[in-house]
Ligand binder design. Structure first.
Ligand code: NDP
Length: 327
């Protein structure tokens, strides 16, 4: 495993990390979740990603039980939660970035994950209904209370991240250190262009999600939706439509076998090539992997070995195919 600094913070995060979205508490049973987390940890992964909204809080319950039983030193791993979408309640103040919900969601995450503090706590989306000062102050207070060590954002615009830093400068609050954006061969613009000025100053770290575009970049959706796959999961119809009914999907699907042929040419699988391509970007602190089966995770861990095979010519070939199709 390689370890990278999370932006300008002193925190070391494994270049590959592991997340619980869709799978824990929903798509896979607890024994599979346990094997996945143990496989990740044994491979040197030190960051496990979660959120209040994943399986309405159940993903944190499942992960917390595994962490508790594992016997792993608390200092040997990082665990996150995210606040915004809410868990099981939908009454006023049970979602969003108000001080009340942020504090209560943090307490709930600590209880479900059975830990004393969160290493990383994210504002899962911007909340236009709340003053940014209120959310920054709430994060700062959770840090000074010892309940959170570092805070960040997910899918905030560069302007919103800069506004949060300006507030933290003015009010002498703990600054956000990380953003969690989508990044993969078919989704690049925000990470590569919009955030570009933020990597030097204030020194943004990135924990990127959906490196395989929810499985599109494995080739599994080229002949329809396989039974049991993520886009076949009950409750994920919105994601199936968002991916498979998106304008340009035919051209993306047509590029997938060509990308797989490039992967084969360097002795890689397509998932490993797609993950390694993300890792090649020096502004990526960690690529969060998702998996519904241990074999998938084991395969994707091979991406580290593919990194050195991404010659300038291979990168040009990959970019010529996927770049024009990317958001
Ligand atoms: P991916 O894009 O890598 O999708 C993972 C899914 O792809 C797996 O669950 C599996 O789905 C399929 N898959 C993975 N590897 C293989 C393989 N080798 N062969 C075949 N199929 C494979 O990542 P995620 O979308 O899961 O994102 C990773 C993490 O990022 C999440 O768990 C979550 O922690 C975080 N995230 C954060 C978001 C945010 O808003 N901040 C949003 C989304 C994710 P299946 O087998 O079911 O088809």
């Amino acid at each position: 495993m390689q370890y990278r600094n999370l932006g300008k913070s002193g925190l070391k995060v494994s270049a590959l990390s592991f997340g619980a979205w869709v799978t824990f508490g929903k798509q896979v049973g607890d024994p599979v979740a346990r094997k996945l987390l143990h496989t990740a940890y044994d491979a040197g992964i030190n960051f496990f990603d979660n959120a209040e909204s994943y399986a309405d809080g159940q993903a944190e319950v499942v992960m917390g039980a595994i962490l508790k039983k594992s016997g792993w030193r608390r200092s040997s791993y990082l665990v996150s939660s995210k606040v915004f979408f809410g868990a099981d309640g939908d009454r006023p103040n049970e979602e969003g970035l108000s001080r009340k919900h942020m504090a209560e969601a943090c307490h709930d995450a600590l209880r479900r994950l059975q830990v004393d503090y969160l290493d990383l706590y994210y504002c899962h989306r911007p909340d236009p209904a709340v003053q940014i000062e209120e959310s920054c102050r709430a994060m700062h207070d959770l840090i000074t209370q010892g309940k959170v060590l570092y805070w960040g954002t997910s899918e905030w615009s560069a302007a919103q991240i800069e506004a949060a830093h300006a507030v933290c400068d003015r009010l002498l609050l703990h600054h956000p250190v990380v953003e969690q954006p989508e990044y993969n061969l078919f989704h690049r613009s925000r990470v590569e262009k919009e955030y570009a000025p933020l990597y030097r100053s204030p020194g943004l770290g990135t924990t990127i999600w959906s490196p395989l575009a929810s499985g599109l970049l494995t080739g599994k959706y080229n002949k329809g939706v396989p039974k049991g796959a993520r886009l076949d999961t009950p409750g994920m119809e919105w994601l199936r439509d968002a991916i498979l009914k998106k304008p340009g999907i035919e051209r993306r699907l047509a590029a997938v076998p060509k990308l797989a042929a490039i992967a084969k040419g360097i002795g890689s699988s397509l998932p490993c090539l797609a993950v390694a391509w993300c890792l090649r970007n020096p502004n990526i602190s960690t690529v969060i992997l998702g998996a519904s089966r241990v074999e998938q995770l084991q395969e994707n861990l091979g991406a580290l070995g593919v990194l050195e095979k991404l010659s300038p010519q291979v990168m040009r070939d990959v970019d010529a195919l996927s770049g024009p199709l990317a958001d």
